[in-house]
Ligand binder design. Sequence first.
Ligand code: PLP
Length: 401
Amino acid sequence: MSATETTRRPRGRQFFANPGPTNIPDSVLLAIAHHTVDFNDPGFIDVYRAGVAGLKRVLKTEQEVFLYTGSGHAAWEASLVNLLSPGDAVLILESGHFSQSWGRMASDLGLEVRNLAADWRRGVDIADLRAALAEDHGHAIKAVCVVHNETSTGMTIPVQEVRAAMDEAGHPALLLADTISSLGSIDFRMDEWGVDAAVGGSQKGLMLPTGLGFTGVSAKAMAAHPDAKLKRHYFDWTAMGKRPLRSFLGTVPTSIFYGLREALRLIEDEEGLENVFRRHARLGEAVRRCVRHWSGNDGPQLFCTNPGRFSDSVTAILMPDGQDADALRRVALERFNVSLGGGLGPLGNRVFRIGHLGDLNEPMVLGTLASVELAMKVSGVPHAAGGVDAAMAYLAEPAAA
Ligand code: PLP
């Protein structure tokens, strides 16, 4: 951080409540501060292989994983170019900004994009998916793309129900799932749910810097891969498969693998993956209790109106009519040094987002909620005061322990 930035912001550690990138634990930061190593060094190869094995455990897969230097977009692109051919139809399950962006990418790559329309506050209706698949008598749809956790709207789409609908329809399309804001925060089971390509990134639940994208790939997808004719080079799984590390054409980003080793130790050994999910569920519910309370007095409300699909890693909050979410975020940042996520795409300044994923505990969440409530108070945003008390009341319940 430059001197100007530090002097402009209030003292104290910033509360970083964006839904990705997320806070990086100090021990992970220290682990990344590793001296440069040759990526062919046997010592590094051990660290690398252990990291890939750990990623597979978090993805809950025993199949292939390919890795790239790049953000989630890289893994999105890799999943499409390795599995599809120009003009192939893909069915995008609309959920929000990220399903739209993935669809735009597919269209730019020369695919025929079919959008399964949905209300962004409720997510796709599985009955509509069944109908769309049943209508596709000739099996023109080659892939169904679902964003497991839609970060723009704070909604989790049940991938297992998507799989079940495809199975019921006897539809042979590949199932591509974006796990970017769910992996390591919300349970995701690649093999059990029959996901053919699971798209992931390092900077959210895995508590790492941005820059490591990856795709879990099923045996069915690997069998489809040689027939895929979309142009590709850096992302080509065949070329990667010939490399000793079975990933990365070019230099391997070694530092992040030392961070990954430490992040996996924290997730698996220190806390336990299932406990990580429980912590996210608890903190997510605390945020929702708070927002529900604020919604009194015509205050802001939960954007997601489908309780079965509330996201445990991010909450999107809809401002009251006439109120500017960006102005509120500015007050939170400039006066209280709390960084919140903004509204994406058409949601613009009507929505702000609280990320509650990664390296996070109760005091951090309560501090963020208290600062948002304070920002609303000083900005004159209508709300029912006491949302933080509602969150604390929930966290004090024995069931939340
Ligand atoms: N998909 C989801 C669900 C996301 O939340 C994001 C980013 O926030 C992306 C895809 C794009 O990933 P990236 O920004 O790492 O390229």
